[in-house]
Design a protein around this ligand. Structure first.
Ligand SMILES: NC(=O)c1ccc[n+]([C@@H]2O[C@H](COP(=O)([O-])OP(=O)(O)OC[C@H]3O[C@@H](n4cnc5c(N)ncnc54)[C@H](OP(=O)(O)O)[C@@H]3O)[C@@H](O)[C@H]2O)c1
Length: 375
């Protein structure tokens, strides 16, 4: 334990949208947090976390509670040096496995290596922490999409459907990984599972470390590059604020009854596309396509170039505009579910504009990246 009895955390995925917020949250609560980070594009692991914490504007004495360990979840033992492995085993009270490949267009092999094999490596290290150290909880970040968004239906918290229909490899490998983690429940690894929905910015500021499919949808639909789109305004996407996700994870890891449970970390009402489109009108440089009644929709309304964009939306976005009904009985015992309202939506868009993700001025088509990120 660190000062004031705060648990020591070992966290993977600390540079991610959720992981970075979990890191900040635990640092602010007084925990020491060991983070597993890989260097990328010539930037060292320490520099990456330094930049992230600087952006979060944490006081330096809070920042100092983060300790960076270099490694990759794809390597056996996360590729940790023997000294670092021993540090993790000796120090960890709570192990949070958040790292994953979340890009919805990632190949089967990429998803398999990070999400399935990476989780296997996490379980091996967690068991070593339990055997040789004093592990109290192993948290696994799954996804509401692990139940398969290819078919609508009712999804329970403490189980996965027997015959899921997956929209992509991300979902398939998150399902496989969650199944493996669930097996460990029977072997008495102290597991708690969290399944967030599409995670968006902070409730009060809109801040988020990276922009996922919710933002990508607005970026593509608001780009003015699609002349027409089917009128799906009555469809919903379940979004959830990142600060709620971090608080719910912490709470789920401290309550005795939560051991062995799974939590759908989702909003109560989700976001209706109608509300989003109404809001987009307020932003001067976002232009939504002309909406065509679904019965009259035809791809021939679009040029070849537009059809490619439309396909990207179909592949990456449509699975998340569905009518999944998610059990939230466990989650509601943790914290009240967040409610999405137009003020919050506006804050999210304002932050995305401020951060340069959505345009302050006219769109440059080349600025559109591939749609990705999890749900
Ligand atoms: N955000 C959502 O909407 C959402 C919704 C439901 C579930 N989830 C789940 O929640 C978890 C966190 O999501 P997120 O949004 O924070 O994801 P994210 O923004 O895509 O970040 C993924 C994280 O995983 C790390 N990672 C990937 N491969 C790695 C490797 N080989 N070695 C070490 N680290 C690796 C990334 O590190 P690099 O920076 O080095 O790439 C990054 O820190 C994931 O398990 C995801 O499936 C997310």
């Amino acid at each position: 334990m660190t000062r004031r009895n705060q648990p020591t955390i070992f966290l993977t995925g600390a540079t991610g949208a959720i992981g970075s917020r979990v890191l900040e949250h635990y640092l602010e609560c007084g925990s020491q947090v060991l983070v597993l980070v890989r260097p990328r594009e010539g930037v060292s692991s320490v520099q990456r976390i330094g930049a992230l914490l600087a952006a979060a504007r944490l006081p330096s004495q809070v920042e100092r509670r983060a300790q960076v360990l270099e490694g990759s979840i794809e390597e056996p033992g996360f590729g940790l040096s023997p000294v670092d492995r021993q540090r993790v085993i000796a120090a960890t009270d709570i192990f949070i496995h958040s790292a994953a490949v979340t890009h919805l267009g990632a190949s089967a092999a990429e998803c398999e290596r990070a999400n399935v094999v990476g989780t296997e490596h996490a379980l091996e290290l967690a068991r070593a922490c339990q055997r040789q150290g004093h592990l109290r909880r192993f948290a696994y970040l799954s996804s509401y999409a692990a139940s398969g968004t290819g078919r609508s239906g009712y999804f329970a918290e403490d189980s996965l459907p027997a015959q899921p229909v997956f929209a992509n490899e991300y979902e398939r490998t998150k399902y496989q990984a969650e199944m493996r983690v669930r097996e460990e429940l029977a072997r008495e690894l102290p597991v708690v599972l969290f399944r967030p929905s599409v995670t968006v910015g902070d409730t009060k500021t809109g801040r988020i470390a990276s922009f996922n499919l919710f933002y990508q949808m607005i970026r593509i639909l608001g780009s003015g590059m699609l002349s027409h789109w089917p009128d799906l305004r009555e469809r919903k996407v379940n979004i959830v604020p990142v600060d709620y996700v971090a608080r719910a994870i912490q709470r789920g890891l401290e309550l005795a009854w939560a051991l062995g449970r799974t939590f759908h970390l989702v909003s109560r009402n989700g976001c209706l596309l109608r509300d989003l489109f109404d809001l987009v009108k307020v932003f001067p440089y976002l232009r939504i396509p002309k909406l065509v009644p679904v019965a009259q929709w035809s791809l021939s309304l679009l040029s070849q170039k537009e059809q490619a964009l439309h396909r990207a939306l179909e592949v990456y976005l449509l699975p998340y505009l569905n009518d999944l009904r998610l059990e939230t009985r466990n989650a509601e015992r943790l914290l009240a579910l967040p409610v999405i309202n137009p003020t919050f939506l506006r804050r999210l868009l304002e932050y995305a504009v401020k951060a340069g993700y959505l345009p302050r001025d006219c769109f440059r088509p080349a600025a559109l990246g591939p749609a990705g990120a999890p749900a």
